[in-house]
Design a protein around this ligand. Structure first.
Ligand code: 5GP
Length: 175
């Protein structure tokens, strides 16, 4: 296998600035509400941690572990729910926090499952959006960055469980 190397695509400063803006929007939109934030693991853990600490409304947080890529660069085309939420979301305002929306299949599957539990509202926040790759009709309500069709790592996103600790988003290339 050829050697991998990374190239910065989005700096930590750019991410911090976007998260501040997004937090302001969410603080305004949900100020009279008590939303439930659902963090999609593993990839969204750093984004979610930084966003959630800037939110000021009375909120609850739950987690879901999903897998679709199975550690490879290409989607397996199947989404597996490895671990489900434990909060009852019936009649709640729900906000899903995702790392990246690629084909949209993961969110489509997730949305169907969450809507079956009758939330009052359901919105999606994502750090990254590969809009050109979308092949289902699902779009995020709040996006920090729209990116080209590149395989990215860092800020929670991995390649075979590596690179999650990078404080920025990088493109993974092969020499
Ligand atoms: P989708 O179902 O929208 O095609 O894929 C969403 C999931 O695929 C994301 O939650 C993420 O786990 C993974 N994914 C998609 N694109 C990338 C990428 O460029 N890098 C990494 N590390 N994961 C990705």
């Amino acid at each position: 296998m050829s050697k991998e190397f990374i190239e910065t695509l989005i700096t930590k400063e750019m991410i911090d600035e976007k998260i501040d803006k997004l937090a302001k929007i969410l603080n305004e939109e949900y100020k009279e509400k008590r939303p439930v934030f659902i963090v999609i693991l593993k990839g969204a853990f750093i984004f979610a941690a930084n966003l959630l600490t800037k939110l000021t409304m009375d909120l609850r947080v739950d987690f879901m572990v999903l897998s679709s890529y199975l550690g490879e660069r290409n989607s397996s085309g199947k989404v597996r729910i490895e671990e489900d939420i434990s909060i009852d979301i019936d009649d709640e305002d729900v906000v899903v926090i995702e790392d990246i929306i690629d084909t949209g299949l993961t969110y489509k599957t997730l949305k169907k499952k969450l809507l079956a539990n009758s939330p009052r509202s359901l919105k999606l926040v994502t750090l990254l959006d590969k809009r050109s790759k979308r092949n289902v009709d699902e779009n995020p309500d709040f996006t920090c960055f729209v990116i080209d069709d590149l395989f990215v790592v860092g800020y929670g996103l991995d390649y075979k469980q590596r690179y999650r600790n990078l404080p920025y988003i990088a493109v993974l290339k092969e020499e």
